[in-house]
Design a protein around this ligand. Structure first.
Ligand SMILES: Nc1ncnc2c1ncn2[C@@H]1O[C@H](COP(=O)(O)OP(=O)(O)OP(=O)(O)O)[C@@H](O)[C@H]1O
Ligand SMILES: [Mg+2]
Length: 348
């Protein structure tokens, strides 16, 4: 065995080489171990016959079609395989291999990330417990502050009132953070089930805007809707989609200057309904368009302090994806932003 062959065989990552017809050409030792098959027995067999994973298939297809590594996201590059009755998570990567400018093979590597996933689970469980434990005392502090503020328990000095108001604001923010952390961990672990029903888009938009009207008036920001009269019903968990809308419009309000405007638009295309929240706000640089949907990612800007924790859009994404939809943003700094999400229309 040559020097390079020895290294290839003994790599700690599984390496799988397939041809243009998705057939196995070569496996290293780790791949044999993971797939439970010897290289000699696997050669010529389709990769998908060894691992029945639509995810791997579509990434292989993409690599062959575009002659480049596929666009890997955290979600589509993590796969779950059951090996000797144990569930294991792998991070997958793919590269096309060229000989004399012609694409001949695809090299797939699988890295075992089960331990990382387990740590992630412990962290999620911890967040869920901690945020749950925070909520009850925070709610009672808020209620207590509310009662003292009314003056029922004795006259308050102006300074006393000021301090109480600051406590109230901080408490409300902490409570929102705790609720968001709890919701997110429940969504991530699939504990919150979607309660799908036939829902009216008009009603959901109206409910979301209703809660934000006053805030918009205070900031002198106009709220508009642009809705065709014949929108179909959608298959949705009404409260959760109202949550998404409230958050998108809430963000638009937060990141738009006084005098600006926000428009909520909806349109049907085939079996999908596309809903957009359009603002004339500060906009988002291109390198953040995908990242802002990840946890805790915020764009630092002294003129537009967030006051939140960077969880709103992550929760929106979880909810929309649980509906089988997608969410994305189009934006240019200084030119405003358009957040759009899609959800399926009702069949009935
Ligand atoms: N409409 C918008 N215009 C400009 N920037 C935005 C807009 N919406 C979101 N962002 C940017 O994306 C970041 C992430 O948004 P997200 O809603 O997840 O968190 P947040 O608003 O900072 O806090 P939270 O929603 O948890 O209270 C924001 O901090 C902001 O920098
Ligand atoms: Mg937000």
């Amino acid at each position: 065995m040559s020097f390079y062959e020895t290294i290839y065989t003994q790599l700690p990552e599984a390496v799988i080489l397939t041809d243009k017809l998705y057939r196995i050409v070569s496996l290293n030792k780790k791949a044999e171990e993971i797939l439970g098959v010897k290289e000699a027995d696997a050669q010529g067999i389709k990769f998908l016959e060894l691992v029945n994973s639509p995810q791997i298939y579509s990434l292989l297809e993409e690599t062959l079609l575009f002659s480049r590594s596929p666009n890997l996201t955290y979600e589509n590059s993590t796969i779950l395989l059951t090996i000797r009755d144990r569930k294991k998570y792998f991070k997958l990567s793919m590269v096309p291999i060229f000989f004399f400018d012609e694409l001949k093979f695809v090299l797939t590597t699988l890295t075992d990330i089960t331990m990382l996933k387990e740590i992630e689970q412990i962290k999620t469980d911890f967040f869920a417990t901690a945020s749950h434990e925070f909520r009850t005392p925070l709610t009672s502090i808020l209620m207590g502050v509310g009662i003292i503020k009314t003056g029922q328990l004795g006259e308050l000095s102006p300074r006393g009132k000021e301090i109480l108001e600051a406590i109230e604001e901080d408490c409300a923010r902490l409570l929102k953070l705790s609720n968001n952390l709890l919701d997110l961990s429940r969504l991530e672990t699939g504990i919150i089930a979607m309660e799908m029903e036939d829902a009216s888009v008009y009603k959901m938009i109206k409910a979301a805007l209703g809660t934000l009207k006053l805030q918009a008036e205070k900031r002198n920001i106009k709220l508009y809707t642009k809705l065709p009269p014949d929108l179909p019903l959608v298959k949705a968990d009404i409260n959760k989609i109202i949550w998404v809308l409230t958050n998108l419009v809430g963000n638009a309000l937060r990141y738009t200057n006084e005098g600006g405007s926000i428009t909520v638009r909806a349109i049907r295309k085939g079996t999908r309904l596309f809903c957009s929240v359009i603002d004339t706000g500060k906009g988002i640089p291109a390198e953040f368009h995908e990242r802002i949907f990840q946890k805790y990612i915020q764009i630092k800007d002294e003129d537009f302090p967030s006051g939140g924790a960077g969880l709103g859009l992550t929760i929106c994404k979880e909810i929309v994806e649980a509906h089988g939809g997608e969410i994305w943003v189009k934006s240019k700094p200084g030119k405003g932003s358009i957040f759009t999400f899609s959800i399926p229309v009702s069949r009935s």
